[in-house]
Design a protein around this ligand. Sequence first.
Ligand code: LLP
Length: 413
Amino acid sequence: MTGFYRQGSALVCDGVALDRIAAAEGTPLYVYSAATIAGRYRAIDEAFAGYPHAIHYALKANSTLAILRLLRGLGSSADANSGGEIDAALRAGFIPAQIVFTGVGKTVAELAQAIDLGVRTINVESAGEIERVDALSRERQTRTKIALRINPDVDAKTHPHISTGLKTNKFGIAAGDIKALCAHARGLSGVEVVGLHAHIGSQITDLDPLARAARALVGLSRELAGEGTRIEHLDLGGGLGVSYDGSRVPTAQEYADAVLPIVRESGLAIVLEPGRQIVAPAGALLTRVVDVKEAGPDKLFVIMDAGMTELIRPMLYNAFHRIEPVVQTDAPPTPCDVVGPLCESSDTLGKDRILPRPQAGELYAVLDTGAYGSVMASNYNRRLLPAEVMVEDGKARLIRRRQTLDDVLALEL
Ligand code: LLP
């Protein structure tokens, strides 16, 4: 068994007791299961086995170097969304040819960085960006491989904040403009269009929109081939959701079964950019109860030492994460609002939960927080970024130390 599960009354990560890890490293603390990351990476890789594909892990989900190194060792490539993520990928040992550079607002400096390195492709998002890549490449007497990100105007049926494939979203190039842009790009000596890209959103649990986006890419690639632009790959983006509440969601295999028959006839290689799918269930945020107080006649506020600064998803997307006592007690089940210590009423980890009546000092785990948890943490209220631990081969290892106030103040002049 891998990941987070109970041995008797105690929650463990890959067999290591979480209360021991918290005692050693303090809280708030992120803990990751290396075996879960590996298993989930392999599940995608195996689902697409037999068809040419490359998994470019989306660093934005979690880019702690130990996690990147683990994934690189498994054969993953990288999807970077900023100059910082490109640098992090390189420091984790990825080579430029393993990096696709995506993002809706790449600066000239970031484009120059990617061109100088020779990344696999720059996924361009607009006509203006094609011109910028072309000009920068010609200055350097080089030709840069680009993929055009299409906006297929497909509703991903996910939270509006993380839906990116509708024409009302800021992302990509309208599918109807792609042919003309490609014709234009053929006349530019600084760019070569080698791919088409779509990413329609995140936490998608309905395969139909993902299949429709794939169909749009295949259709466009066929039209472009007819006009003399030979595409090498289709980048299907990321977006496949995970189950946060135990409800059934599509597996990596079901995803592959939905898109492979569509792509197969094109013969084009596939690029995938999964983030959440690989790391979300591999992480938990450990937090201790600081205080408990009445929230009305039959409800408690459980105030934790972690809040929106460590995990902003509940507040930002109304996201649900399971919250469980690390050591089960037989205290009576009690309605609770689990909140953070910050000076905002929206600073909530979970509303209307039933927990064994919590007590100050008890340790809790907020589950499925491996993706978009630690990477979205902040120093609001001068809080310090939490430490991170990875459990691998039965051992817990600190992979990021807790930030100190000196680390934060070192930036100030
Ligand atoms: N590729 C591109 C171009 C993306 O924009 C994203 C995510 C991914 C790949 C990876 O998507 P995934 O497989 O992880 O769904 N902070 C939000 C999620 C934002 C996702 C942004 N883009 C959250 O906490 O739910």
